[in-house]
Design a protein around this ligand. Structure first.
Ligand SMILES: [Zn+2]
Length: 271
């Protein structure tokens, strides 16, 4: 009797420990529309990419309220276009989180007085930033452009400022899980060494076309160059001139062994 109770307790404890471990080991990825993602790491750090949220038609209402993030440990912006940087300065100030972006873009933000220098670390392609032991972010190439449009309050006019060179990001988490966030980009040959060097578990790829890869190009890049374990399409369904759809991407991926995940905005995907 006592023996069976003890065995029962032990098996309960083992189950609870296994469950806790499984929970702790999870990477959670939530698409917030366009190229905005919230990524929660296995130890609970919160990473946000390209936050265009408050006026993004695809962003779920709860994420349009910037205070609802609770905390942001790492804020990544790929380039200076408004649909990527829009709410980043406000989030950097709200959460006192440095804005990790192309160094020359950050320099423009500093001289314009958009953010204080302490929130504008410099970084460039090839550089790696370590948030905490185990969480490493490397800036890689993206084939795109970058400007920053700033509204000058003195003249009440918009001005165009240099936005540095656009980045993609390799995000490595505590458990070794690697995400390739491609930013806005065309297909380029160096996606192959990026895939070989970093072996991403998950690639987040733009598919809208016109200003980035279209579904056929993105599928070709995933299958022939990057070869991640899984891929989530992003940067589509908003600009009516960028017509790429998730269905076209899924069709173009065909019978590839790469897992294609079409995320719904707000849906929490666990890896
Ligand atoms: Zn862009």
């Amino acid at each position: 009797m006592i023996r069976s109770i003890v065995f029962g307790l032990i098996s309960l404890l083992i189950t609870a420990a296994a469950l806790a471990q499984a929970q702790a080991g999870k990477v959670e990825v939530t698409w917030l529309g366009q190229s905005a993602f919230r990524i929660t790491t296995p130890t609970g750090k919160v990473i946000v990419t390209d936050p265009w949220l408050r006026t993004n038609p695809k962003t779920p209402p709860e994420f349009r309220k910037l205070e609802n993030f609770g905390k942001i440990d790492l804020l990544l912006v790929s380039h200076g276009h408004a649909d990527h940087i829009a709410d980043a300065p406000a989030l950097a100030l709200m959460y006192d989180t440095p804005l990790r972006a192309p160094g020359d873009l950050n320099n423009a933000l500093m001289t314009l007085g958009v953010l204080p220098a302490r929130l504008l670390p410099r970084m460039n392609k090839g550089g790696t930033f370590e948030l905490t032991p185990g969480i490493k972010v490397t800036a890689v190439r993206a084939e795109h452009s970058s400007i920053y449009i700033w509204h000058n309050p003195a003249t009440d006019k918009d001005e165009t400022h240099p936005g540095g060179e656009p980045f993609g990001w390799i995000i490595e988490l505590e458990n070794g899980f690697r995400i390739y966030f491609a930013g806005d980009t065309a297909v380029f040959g160096d996606m192959k060494p990026i895939g070989e060097r970093y072996k991403p578990d998950l690639a987040l790829l733009p598919i809208g076309g016109l200003t980035t890869m279209d579904p056929a190009d993105a599928a070709w890049a995933a299958k022939e160059l990057i070869k991640p374990k899984a891929v989530i399409p992003m940067h589509y369904g908003i600009n009516p001139l960028a017509k790429g759809t998730a269905k076209e991407f899924v069709d173009a991926m065909g019978a590839s062994p790469i897992k294609v995940i079409v995320a719904e905005p707000g849906q929490v995907l666990a890896f």
